[in-house]
Ligand binder design. Structure first.
Ligand SMILES: Nc1ncnc2c1ncn2[C@@H]1O[C@H](COP(=O)(O)OP(=O)(O)OP(=O)(O)O)[C@@H](O)[C@H]1O
Length: 304
């Protein structure tokens, strides 16, 4: 995978605050990465260093082969950024807003109508002042602004806050389309559940330090959290063999049972309980969620 962004031992200190400490990771072309962390964990600071808006106190940042804070405009043109709180000039229309950013970025304004379509802002909305936009519409205008100039790298800070479920879905469809075209997409978010299955990789930061980095499967392997198996015994049948075995099951009443099983024992147990399929009326297997993994890695870091 072609590397587009690389951070090596990066640190950022604001006065007495160590906002980021010794963080290293790389991002690749066509990769969607979730940057996850509590409020104040250092996510925005990391994004601003990739944009060249602030310089690291220690370490180096490399974007498309250049130092983004060197003032080289060519690199910044290839970056799209959606800040956490988008604020536009309320008196300008959506179209005027995008024209303004297109001129700033030296991008051909012919792109603008296509962008309105792409982010689902109707042509009518384009000519209305931004003050009449809903929060979701402003967010979409922000995304259109970030997409100006067909960036190779998109840095999106909390991009789906303010979007309703339907808009979130269309937002992620758009992200998938961009990824297929080779764009690097970094999404900073607290909305862990919606990132599952959408981000190729997850980078977790806490208190300025990177505490985990990998695909969801990698993180599951490292965390070794149990899988929850829940089932219901079909009425009038004997309990399946696996329920009488060594595994401790919680009896939830009404024929329902659940247990948490270690990753390496999961398949063998499933084999046992499904040996007589007619003995079960329901069966579900829940792998640890990104929320569970996040909590696990935070706990690990807090251990002395
Ligand atoms: N300009 C600044 N001056 C002083 N401290 C700052 C500045 N910017 C950020 N910080 C501090 O650096 C730390 C990291 O902040 P940052 O905004 O990067 O976190 P974040 O993960 O983006 O948080 P959130 O999810 O709330 O946006 C926080 O303790 C914050 O108070």
């Amino acid at each position: 995978m072609t590397e587009t962004v690389s951070l090596s031992a990066v640190g950022k200190r604001y006065g007495k605050v160590d906002a980021v400490r010794d963080v290293s990771f790389t991002l690749g072309a066509g990769e969607t990465i979730a940057l996850v962390g509590h409020n104040g964990a250092g996510k925005t600071t990391l994004i601003k260093m990739m944009l060249g808006l602030i310089r690291p106190t220690t370490g180096t940042v490399n974007v498309l082969g250049e130092d983004p804070s060197s003032g080289d405009f060519a690199v910044r043109r290839r970056l799209g950024y959606l800040p956490e709180s988008v604020s536009f000039h309320m008196a300008l229309t959506g179209r005027e807003t995008l024209s303004f950013y297109a001129r700033l970025k030296h991008v051909d304004e012919a792109e603008i109508p296509g962008l309105f379509e792409r982010v689902g802002l109707a042509p009518l909305a384009a000519d209305r002042p931004v003050r009449t936009y809903s929060k979701g519409m402003r967010q979409r205008l922000g995304l259109a602004q970030a997409l100006l100039g067909k960036p190779r790298i998109l840095l999106l800070d909390e991009p789906t806050s303010g979007l309703d479920p339907a808009l979130r879905r269309s937002f992620y469809d758009l992200i998938a389309e961009l990824r297929d075209k080779g764009t690097t997409v970094l999404l900073s978010s607290h909305a862990l559940t919606e990132l599952e299955g959408r981000a190729d990789r997850v980078v977790i930061v806490n208190d300025g330090v990177k505490i985990a980095d990998g695909t969801l499967d990698d993180l599951r392997r490292i965390a070794r959290l149990p899988t929850r198996i829940s089932l219901k015994v079909a009425e009038g049948t004997e309990k399946p063999q696996g329920i009488n075995g060594a595994t401790p099951w919680r009896n939830l009443g009404d024929g329902a049972f659940e247990t948490d099983v270690a990753p390496e024992e999961k398949i063998a147990l499933l084999r046992k309980v499904t040996a007589t399929p007619t003995a079960l009326s329901t069966l579900s297997v829940a792998e640890p969620t990104l929320d569970d993994l996040y909590a696990h890695f935070l706990r690990g870091q807090q251990r002395p």
